[in-house]
Design a binder for this molecule. Sequence first.
Ligand SMILES: [Zn+2]
Length: 236
Amino acid sequence: MAERPKGKIIAANEFPLRGFLKCPQCGRHISGSGSKGKKNVYYYYHCNSKCGYRHSSNKVNSAFEKELEKYDYNESMNSLIKEIILRNFKSIQENIDSKKKEFSIQIANLINRLDSAREKYLEDKLDFEDYQIIKNESKKRIDELEMELQNQKLSRKNLDIKAKLDQVLDILPNLSKLYLKGDNETKSSILCSILAEKLEFEETTFRTPKLNSTLAQIVLINNQLRSKKKKKRKHF
Ligand SMILES: [Zn+2]
């Protein structure tokens, strides 16, 4: 614990969420500070602007620990979750591959059209103006399609998570415990790997956090599996 001027006290352990919080009132970064009372030190998260946002760090930290518990599930679900995710990926990949193929065919057709227009023009079967129109139109469309093709290739690359999936599934069922037991560094790396954007704490709870895509998918699958189970139970 190091003391700073103006009686401000900084204790890293009190602020595991520092760097991962955003002000719900004005959107700025949230900092952590401590101030000395008569008996105790009072730690709080506060907005960097003058908007006045300020909450006890204890309250925010434990609310987040509760939030994480929502994602806990039984490890035995992992094999089913993995199967569903890989199946989803396969269908997305197939969709991308068929789009890639379609774009390539369209590009090839346009190149043919352009070639034949050039030949016709050279054989005086097409006047210059018409040739120019065909040429410009085709080139513009080819550029657009090339761009689409590149986009599809990129999304295909980003989809390659097979290797990461096992790693994620390994820690995910007990994420809240890992976080609770972890030191500051562990907490940071958990936060880094699960969050897609900063957290916003309002009064007593967090706004539903935006999670990274793999985790978001797993949460969705778990919710679906849970509601299926519930329905079955009601049925009997
Ligand atoms: Zn603010």
